[in-house]
Design a protein around this ligand. Structure first.
Ligand SMILES: CC(C)(COP(=O)(O)OP(=O)(O)OC[C@H]1O[C@@H](n2cnc3c(N)ncnc32)[C@H](O)[C@@H]1OP(=O)(O)O)[C@@H](O)C(=O)NCCC(=O)NCCS
Length: 298
């Protein structure tokens, strides 16, 4: 086992190949989209991570990303399916933590998707924190934009996002709806524009709800390769509980069906009872669970 810091751009291709192998084995991306984009498009200076090589072959990548909370770092692991022993994981955890400590970080939040890693995480001094569920359902299922539940509450209207005009309205709703959320809250115009610059972004897939000139909510769909993701769903706090959230999801699902998507999916915190109730009532089931663990360094 030979652990060293990742070097970008030199290691980029090997890391990409590893991430593809891991995704093929596990059925989903091992590291979050934000970190993935930083690796390939972002400033190489902001990509921090350690890699593990055996016989010159890259077998593990530990992505380390500073969070919005000062001093907090996120840690995600991509480990080759043939190299997943508890000892390897323990070494990788420790390497990630040492690097964060070296950079003066005060806490590490690790995201893990395998329940059997619970014990290793505890051994490495982490304590369980949050659970993120991936929910999914097959399409088509008869979701149509004309159905009564898909109708917006009285006085509201639906319109596709208009780039160059709607950014601040979007940020207002998003940051109010996710005020305490560690990743979804506190978005800036820069982050939003970065996502809008992705090849999958289509303004017509981002449905905005308006009450007069006030933004009330949105359902942002990301549609790639026959799969539709409810990428971000938010209702302004003053409009919550009015049926708008349900209507927006139904509009999003109708859009996916119309576009021929065969699967709809999304990620949701396990303690978000309201959103979970909504999705389950629309036939979504749990595909898998990612868990976060925290280790304080100071
Ligand atoms: C989740 C959210 C989009 C729902 O929108 P909303 O307009 O408040 O919800 P609705 O009024 O349409 O209610 C939808 C469903 O939520 C569920 N629900 C509402 N309140 C609930 C509660 N307190 N407990 C459990 N379920 C609840 C019900 O299933 C309800 O269905 P019903 O029509 O049978 O009553 C909204 O609360 C929100 O923006 N929350 C913050 C951001 C967020 O969590 N986004 C989703 C992340 S995946």
């Amino acid at each position: 086992m030979s652990i060293r810091l990742v070097a970008i751009p030199e290691d980029r291709e090997a890391v990409a190949a590893l991430l593809t192998r891991v995704e093929a084995a596990d059925g989903h991306q091992p590291i979050g989209e934000h970190k993935y984009l930083m690796l390939f498009q972002g400033d190489p200076e902001r990509v921090v991570g350690v890699i593990d090589e055996e016989d010159s072959k890259l077998v593990a990548y530990v992505a380390l990303t500073p969070n919005a909370e000062p001093g907090w770092w996120a840690m995600e692991l991509a480990v080759d399916p043939d190299h997943r022993s508890p000892d390897t994981f323990l070494t990788l955890f420790e390497a990630g933590v040492s690097e964060v400590a070296r950079r003066g970080g005060s806490a590490v939040r690790a995201w893990l998707f395998q329940p059997r890693l619970n014990e290793v995480a505890l051994r490495a001094g982490f304590i369980p924190e949050r659970e993120l569920l991936k929910l999914e359902r097959r399409l088509p299922a008869g979701f149509q934009s004309e159905l009564p539940d898909a109708r917006l509450p009285d006085g509201m209207r639906l319109a596709p996002f208009e780039p160059g005009r709607d950014e601040s309205a979007w940020l207002e709703v998003n940051n109010a709806a996710f005020v305490d959320h560690p990743e979804n809250g506190r978005w800036t115009k820069e982050i939003l524009e970065h996502r809008m610059g992705q090849t999958w972004f289509r303004p017509e897939d981002l449905l905005m709800a308006w009450e007069g000139s006030t933004p009330a909510g949105f359902c942002w769909c990301k549609r790639v390769g026959g799969e539709g993701e409810i990428y971000v769903l938010a209702v302004a706090p003053s409009a919550q509980g009015s049926g708008l959230g349900r209507a927006l999801v139904l509009q999003g699902l109708a859009l996916m069906e119309q576009g021929g998507d065969r699967v709809a999916f999304l990620y949701v915190d396990a303690d978000n009872q309201r959103a979970l109730g909504l999705y389950r009532s629309l036939g979504f089931h749990t595909d898998h669970v990612d868990r976060s663990y925290v280790r304080m360094l100071k």
